[in-house]
Design a protein around this ligand. Sequence first.
Ligand code: SF4
Length: 468
Amino acid sequence: MCGVFGIFGHDEAANLTYLGLHALQHRGQESAGIISQHEGRLKSWRQMGLVADVFTAPVLERLPGRAAIGHVRYSTAGVSHLKNAQPLMVEYAGGQLAVAHNGNLVNGQAMRDELEKAGAIFQSDSDTEVIIHLIARSKEPTFERKVVDSLSRVEGAYSLLFLTEKQLVAVRDPYGFRPLVLGRLRNAHVLASETTALDLIEAELIREIEPGEMLVLDESGMRSFRPFQAARLGRCIFEHVYFARPDSTLFGLSVYEVRKRLGRQLARESPAQADLVIAVPDSGVPAAIGFSEEAKLPYDVGLIRSHYVGRTFIEPQQSIRHFGVKLKLSAVRSALKGKRVVVIDDSIVRGTTSRKIVKMIRAAGATEVHLRISSPPTRWPCYYGIDTPSRQELIANSHTVEEIARYVTADSLGYLSVEGLGEAVGDRESKTFCNACFTGKYLTALGGESAPVDRLADNVRPLAVGKS
Ligand code: SF4
């Protein structure tokens, strides 16, 4: 998961991109970059770190021009390293080219192997570079046609922004896995992963970039194309559960309202005898409010989150992950002491974080801890741009709900059903959403090395369960 932002036709393109990336910081905290277009040349700045640390006023002054694209990253393909920071920028026979990518190509490795065998030399580990090589090698006469030619050879998730010396081109894959919206700020056009970035710069939302659409912006205006074969829609339902900001409108729905509906549905499906509902902040808060409304139980703030450390789930190293829980969350004793508590979280991945949270709540004086999860058990990895661990590491892949409850030391554990999740986004059978991490029903072939799904089942590690 990453965030992309682009603007065409504004004198302060880089400054507005900087603001837009701030609003998208939750989508990636490893690196940030902006590339601007000025007098027919591209100017670039990329560094590891948060947007506020990477960009200073003098840096932004070195990024003049009326068009820019930006990116915040965390690694789903390629290690966490500056060489993989985006937007990537190259010079090729067609001129200068920059690209910012949110998503993951399922045949990225296979395409890379093929290109390397044909002599291509890669500068990064990122699957995005495959697209650049394909564009550079395309025999098509125009940049737009080179993009279409290249993307017709890759499979998977991509919301892409390309910046050339003359154009800004936006493309969304035919499944629509990752979001991408179009807005307007006076005469300028704006593109962003989420509407919250438009809100921050006071741009007006025009619409989503449609799945399979290519939008070209240049001095002659804006043109839209539908160059790809239509596919069954596969908008990522987990964006609504966890990733997107609750103040965004995603796939036409308010993320905040969807999360409240998840909580209400969860209360109907998995009620608990308790005194209090609390959330694992921040993403669990709207679902906890929905649960409390439906269950007619008071909602309170039982856990406080420090906002000065990264999100546990997307930190790439195991050592940081374990340390991060204690750094990030603390329990409010006065709210929890002597209470039977329902705790709402959005998902359980390995179970280690949930176990620490339950213990923390109990140590603060709660007499019972009932854990409720506002999504179904995460049993399958994501190959479409979310950094889930391998199937062996997903606790729900190899353990029953009762076993997981014992492992995390909860008095009870309940998950939302797959149908309940679909219901909250107005699509009970998830016919227009991807829910593969809950069902294993992937929408694409899983090419190259990213297709070990069936083989892993024999190889699951046993996990000790039991109350401690
Ligand atoms: Fe989203 Fe899960 Fe599908 Fe990945 S597998 S795109 S996280 S719903």
